[in-house]
Design a protein around this ligand. Structure first.
Ligand SMILES: Cc1ncc(COP(=O)(O)O)c(C=O)c1O
Length: 400
C-alpha cells in the first residue's frame, strides 16, 4: 500500500477552508455498474466468512440473530448482552424469547467482562459479544469467560465484516457468529450466520430461507447505483438521482410494492424467513475484498492523521487487521453537527442514539454518554483521498 500520508497535500495547514461541495459523499458504499456483471457461482469469494462451509445467507443480520437463538436453544434463557447495542439485535433476541442480562461497555467501546462475570448465574445460557466499528473486542477474555461458564459464545460482527484481530478473522472466535453484509459491501441486502463445532450440523435443520421480492431488491439496488452516479459525476448525477428517485417513489406508491428496508431500527417477524437476494450474490462475486480493506484502512488513517488532536476516534489508532466501518468522533450536539456537515456535502450517521427501554435509564452512564455523542464519519471504499481530506477539513471547521 502506498504511504497514505502522501495524499495530505494541502490539509495539514491551519485555518484552511474546505471547498464548496459539488456532490454529497454518502455514508455507505455504493454499487458500481460493473458489479452487476454475471459471474459463475464458482467465482464466489474465498475470504472469511464467505469461504466457510455452511455459511447461511440471510436478508439481514437480525435474521441470523434469530437463527442463532433457535440453533442454541436460547428461548426462555438468560443471555449476557452488552449494554451498548444497536437495539434491533436486542429486539430480535427479545422477540425470540431471550432474557437479556446487560453488562457494561466503557467509554472506549470496550466490553467489561469483569462486569459480565459478576452477572453470571446458573441460568446463563450464552455470552453475546459485539465488535464496534470493526475493532475487535478482547476475544481471548470472551472465550475464557464463555468456557468458564460452559456456555456458547455468540460473536456479533454486524459492524465488523472482513475485519481481523491481527491475522485472525472476527467471526472465527464465536461458536456462532452473525454478520451484516450491506453495511460494508454495496449489496442491496444481506446478512449471514456461521456456526462452528458442535453447532455446525444444526444449521441444516433451520427452516429454508425464502427469496425476497425482486421489486424490493431492485429499488435498493437502483438507489445505490444512483448514489454511485452522483459520487462519480457530481452536480449532473445529483440532479439525475433526484429526478429518478422522485419517479421511483411515485412508482412504489402507485404499484403498492412492499419494500423491505434495510438499516431499520425495528425487528419485524414477518421478514424473519427472508434470505439474501440473487442480486446480492452477484454483487458479492464482483468484490475485491483486499482492496476494500486497504481503502477503508487508508481513509481511516487519513482522517486520523488530520483529526487526532481535534477529533480523536473513540476507537483509537488502527490496529493490524482492522477493517474500520467508520471513524467514530465524540461530539456534543450531534444534530447540529450532522446538519452542518451535510451542508458541506458529507453524510454522517447518528450512531445508536436511542436507548432501548429494556435497559434502565441511568444504569450504564458510560453507554448513555456514547449514545449521546458518537457520530460516524464515513471511511468506506468509495472515498478518494480528496474526499477524506474534505471530511477532515469540514470537521475541523465545525470544531473551530
Ligand atoms: C451490532 C448489530 N447487530 C445486529 C444488527 C442487525 O443488522 P441488520 O440491520 O442487518 O439486521 C445491527 C444493525 O445495525 C447491529 O448494529
Amino acid at each position: 500500500m502506498a504511504n497514505p500520508a502522501q495524499h495530505l497535500r494541502v490539509a495539514q495547514g491551519q485555518g484552511e477552508r474546505a471547498p464548496a461541495p459539488t456532490r454529497t459523499i454518502p455514508c455507505m458504499p455504493t454499487t458500481w455498474p460493473h458489479m452487476l456483471l454475471p459471474r459463475p457461482a464458482a467465482s464466489a469469494p474465498l475470504v472469511f466468512p464467505f469461504d466457510q462451509p455452511g455459511l447461511r445467507y440471510r436478508y439481514f443480520c437480525r435474521n441470523a440473530v434469530w437463527d442463532a437463538v433457535q440453533l442454541l436453544g436460547l428461548a426462555g434463557k438468560e443471555v449476557l448482552v452488552p449494554a451498548y447495542h444497536h437495539g434491533v439485535e436486542l429486539e430480535t433476541l427479545l422477540a425470540a424469547g431471550v432474557k437479556p442480562i446487560f453488562y457494561r461497555v466503557d467509554t472506549s467501546m470496550r466490553a467489561d467482562y469483569q462486569d459480565a462475570k459478576r452477572k453470571l448465574t446458573k441460568s446463563t445460557a450464552a455470552l453475546y459479544v459485539i465488535h464496534y466499528a470493526g475493532f475487535s473486542q478482547d476475544m481471548d477474555a470472551a472465550r475464557a469467560l464463555a468456557d468458564e461458564a460452559s456456555v456458547p459464545l455468540v460473536e456479533d460482527c454486524a459492524l465488523a465484516l472482513l475485519s481481523r484481530n491481527g491475522e485472525k478473522p472476527l467471526g472465527s472466535y464465536g461458536d456462532v457468529s452473525v454478520f451484516c453484509l450491506y453495511k460494508t459491501l454495496p449489496v442491496p441486502n444481506g446478512g449471514a450466520l456461521l456456526a462452528r463445532g458442535e453447532f455446525a450440523q444444526g444449521v441444516r435443520s433451520l427452516p429454508a430461507a425464502t427469496r425476497p421480492a425482486l421489486p424490493s431488491t431492485a429499488s435498493h439496488l437502483i438507489g445505490s447505483l444512483l448514489s454511485n452516479l452522483e459520487l462519480r459525476t457530481g452536480e449532473t448525477g445529483k440532479k439525475a438521482r433526484q429526478a429518478i428517485r422522485d419517479l421511483g417513489h411515485l412508482v412504489i406508491r402507485r404499484s403498492g410494492i412492499e419494500r423491505v428496508s434495510t438499516g431499520t431500527q425495528h425487528f419485524n417477524q414477518d421478514d424473519v424467513g427472508l434470505g439474501m437476494s440473487g442480486a446480492s450474490h452477484v454483487v458479492l462475486r464482483n468484490q475485491d475484498f483486499a482492496h476494500i480493506v486497504e481503502r477503508r484502512r487508508r481513509n481511516y488513517f487519513l482522517l486520523y492523521s488530520m483529526l487526532r488532536d481535534t477529533a480523536p476516534p473513540v476507537t483509537g489508532e488502527l490496529t493490524p487487521g482492522v477493517c474500520p466501518l467508520f471513524y467514530p468522533i465524540s461530539i456534543p450536539n450531534k444534530a447540529n453537527a450532522m446538519a452542518r456537515l451535510l451542508a458541506r456535502g458529507i453524510e454522517t450517521v447518528d450512531f445508536w442514539r436511542v436507548r432501548h427501554p429494556a435497559v434502565a435509564a441511568g444504569e450504564f452512564p458510560e453507554v448513555e454518554k456514547l449514545r449521546g455523542n458518537i457520530l460516524e464519519l464515513p471511511v468506506h471504499q468509495d472515498l478518494s483521498p480528496g474526499d477524506a481530506e474534505h471530511i477532515a477539513l469540514c470537521v475541523k471547521e465545525l470544531l473551530s
